[in-house]
Design a protein around this ligand. Structure first.
Ligand SMILES: *Cc1c(COP(=O)(O)O)cnc(C)c1O
Length: 417
């Protein structure tokens, strides 16, 4: 690790929890230079829902490179982009009756969120954004301003204002509907233009500790937005692309968001790519009002088009639900068995699940012991005490069970200390 310590900035982060030099990966397995093989329960923070180095995506990419396919094109028309637009429309949007247009920002989740804010402010002529406590929307200044989690407190400089924070579903106990707050805030606002432009929400707060919003709460949020002329933005960057089962995380709630942010697993192979879906009525930016050099990275269009093969039927969705059952049952057992270090109940939806532990230090010790036994996993939440299970959706059952066995052993080892 010497080279990294000597030459790389202190800001490096994940490297510190996973001290090995990774050399190759396939499916849900990572190879370390130490000679150790790891099961991946982190999946690039949700950028690798289809696992590492999917054969078909890789072949498409290699063929594209070998054929001198266009690599860089600003946002000019390319065959690769045309194929993606058509395939995403036919496979995802049309079957769901979604009228949204596709907007390509710079290839990061944060840039997708920034464009969503611009679109909403311009479409409504309003400024304020409603967001939720413990949310995470990125690490640029504008996205930190609407993130309610620790990232915001860590901001080293004054950040952009204009955000109102409301507690997320369940944050104030089972008897409290936190949207009552939003309603009273809106009814106290004088003047149409002082109302918020939009509300941005994650259906499952991932970085915020795996907090799951109920479908009723999400539907009520959409109704409140409609009533106040606010746009509903769903940040599906981490829990979209099938993480909870359906392609979009909001499908079981029947939401029709005005704007949807996607990134992480969109390219399928882990290549940088982001996309904002926007209803035609909110597609408010004039030509060039959002720009950037790397908007629409053609190799990512190629692999993203291939990734859509997973969405031509419901096989992956069924598999995700089935595997979620395996994970949930095992986490329940672990949580009950080691209550000196865990804090049941297990939380999550689909293949994003969390095991709450007594503290951030305990979670760090468990993750450290898991890593030493060959499992890569992270913790999240404001206290970083929630161990997060975020395996590839395509993980083989054997690897899934082996990863859960390692987690079990790591929790047992820390409980015995
Ligand atoms: C990761 C993430 C982002 C930011 O994406 P980057 O590519 O890291 O900029 C925004 N929102 C959510 C919900 C995320 O998980």
């Amino acid at each position: 690790m010497d080279v990294f310590e000597r030459f790389e900035s202190e800001v490096r982060s994940y490297i510190r929890g996973f001290p090995d030099v990774f050399t190759s990966a396939k499916g849900a397995r990572l190879q370390g230079r130490s000679g150790r093989e790891y099961i991946d329960f982190f999946a690039g923070a949700g950028a690798l829902n289809y696992g590492h180095n999917d054969d078909a995506m890789k072949r498409r990419l290699v063929d594209y490179l070998a054929g001198d396919g266009i690599l860089h094109s600003l946002d000019m028309a390319t065959a690769a982009k045309e194929n993606f637009l058509t395939a995403f429309h036919d496979t995802i949007l049309a079957p769901r009756g979604m009228p949204h247009r596709m907007l390509f920002p710079a290839p990061s989740g944060a840039n997708a969120v920034e464009v969503a804010l611009k679109l909403a402010r311009k479409a409504t002529g309003r400024q304020q954004i409603v967001s939720f406590e413990n949310s995470f929307h990125g690490m640029t200044l504008a996205t930190m301003a609407i993130s309610g989690g620790p990232a915001r407190q860590a901001a080293p400089m004054p950040i952009v204002g204009g955000t109102t924070f409301i507690p997320f579903d369940g944050a104030e106990g089972p008897g409290v509907d936190t949207l009552d707050r939003l309603e009273s805030l809106l009814s106290d606002t004088r003047g149409e233009t002082n109302l918020p432009a939009a509300c941005i929400v994650e259906t499952v707060q991932a970085e915020g500790g795996i907090n799951v919003a109920s479908m009723e709460w999400l539907r009520r949020l959409q109704n409140i937005c409609r009533g106040a002329g606010m746009l509903l933005i769903v940040d599906d960057i981490q829990v979209g692309c099938g993480r909870t089962g359906s392609f979009f995380s909001f499908e079981p709630a029947g939401l029709e968001p005005d704007i949807i942010c996607l990134s992480k697993s969109l390219s399928g192979l882990g290549l940088p790519m982001a996309m904002v879906l926007v209803k035609p009525a909110c597609d408010s930016l004039a030509p060039g009002e959002h720009s950037g050099t790397f908007r629409g990275f053609n190799p990512a269009f190629v692999t993203a088009t291939e990734a859509l093969r997973f969405w031509r039927d419901d096989a992956l969705e069924q598999e995700t639900v089935r595997k979620a059952g395996i994970v949930g049952a095992r986490l329940d057992r672990i949580a009950l068995r080691y209550q000196e270090v865990t804090r049941p109940p297990v939380r999550g939806r689909g293949l994003i699940q969390g095991l709450s532990t007594a503290s951030g230090a305990v979670a760090r010790r468990i993750a450290g012991k898991a890593f030493a036994r060959g499992l890569v996993m992270e913790s999240c939440g404001p206290e970083r005490n929630v161990l997060k299970i975020l395996c590839p959706l395509t993980i083989a059952d054997d690897d899934l069970v082996r990863g859960l066995d390692i987690l079990d052993a790591a929790v047992a080892a820390v409980a015995a200390e």
